[in-house]
Design a protein around this ligand. Structure first.
Ligand code: CU1
Length: 131
């Protein structure tokens, strides 16, 4: 009996809440109460905040173009079963031979860092570091 009474009270509460929501402001357009859409960045590079990650998957770096502020640590993680590397512009990983193996580098100077995979030279990536 006690459980039934609690359920009944909860039901009354729900009715009361929905009654409040059905007041005069119910006619407001839905856009007024919804979360604003995220700002669309027109730059082609992915802009990272905080630590940044690049996935190596399907013989490609993703994102291939990344933009980060100075001081950002970027971690590349191999998701392929094939070995890959991250080499160029001061970047020099060991062979990331297993899926899940990773390489990190902290960018301390602004500039454009081009890199590729030394095993598959067609794999290109760029990190743009902004001051
Ligand atoms: Cu590779």
């Amino acid at each position: 009996m006690k459980a039934l009474r609690l359920l009944t009270l909860a039901g009354v509460g729900a009715v009361t809440l929905s009654a409040c929501g059905g007041g005069a402001r119910a006619a407001d357009p839905p856009a007024m109460s919804s979360t604003p859409a995220p700002t669309v960045v027109s730059a082609p590079a992915t802009v990272a905040k905080g630590p940044a990650a690049v996935e190596i998957s399907g013989f490609a770096f993703a994102p291939a173009a990344l933009s980060v502020p100075v001081g950002t640590k970027v971690t590349w993680t191999n998701r392929d079963e094939e070995p890959h590397t991250v080499v160029g512009s001061g970047l020099h990983s060991t062979v990331l031979g297993n899926a899940g193996s990773s390489y990190s580098y902290t960018f301390t100077k602004a500039g454009t860092y081009d890199y590729n995979c030394s095993i598959h030279p067609f794999m290109h990536g760029t990190v743009t570091v902004t001051g």
